[in-house]
Ligand binder design. Structure first.
Ligand code: RP5
Length: 162
């Protein structure tokens, strides 16, 4: 059964959301990916949200930019945890996306990560941490990932002399 759904509002979000799918792959989390526009495909959005739980999905990662209503509207239609990734935009540099995603009303949460690629990667790691609560293989992959990250940071000190 697929563990995580990665959805985005537009094909223009894909270069950033590839950081999410790459990180999920590295951590051994199974995923599916879709373009679902909150504004251009409202019926598909509702159908996706209403059927997500019965499909067995554990987490939904939703990337969107500008008037970024996708994560919030998916969260309105499911009780599966939703992680929102704000795209960096040309007009307002992503602050529009961030505020659109993070300022949810009480009762319908969206876990919001940083703007752009850092957020896209962290969304995958956060999703893996949720999946790992009931998946020991993913938990082991996460532990290795963390250990390697620490090792790389420690080793980078040597570059200070270069
Ligand atoms: C949002 O509008 C998408 O998530 C995208 O970030 C933004 C712009 O979409 P395009 O006009 O590039 O398709 O729905």
């Amino acid at each position: 059964m697929v563990q995580v759904a990665v959805i985005m509002g537009s094909i223009s979000d894909w270069p950033v959301m590839q950081a999410t799918t790459a990180q999920l792959k590295e951590l051994g989390v199974t995923f599916e990916k879709h373009i679902i526009s909150a504004h251009r495909m409202p019926n598909e959005l509702q159908e996706f949200g209403l059927t997500a739980q019965t499909k067995g999905l554990k987490v939904i990662i939703a990337g969107a930019g500008g008037a970024a209503h996708l994560p919030g509207m998916v969260a309105a239609n499911t009780q599966i945890p939703v992680i929102g990734v704000p795209m960096q935009t040309h007009a307002l540099n992503g602050l529009d996306s961030l505020l659109s995603i993070v300022q949810m009303p009480t009762g319908v949460p969206v876990a919001t990560v940083a703007i752009g690629k850092a957020g896209a990667s962290n969304a995958a790691i956060l999703a893996a941490e949720i999946v790992a609560l009931n998946d020991s293989a993913v938990a082991r992959n996460l532990a290795s990932f963390r250990a390697n990250q620490t090792y790389m940071a420690q080793e980078s000190e040597a570059q200070l002399d270069e």
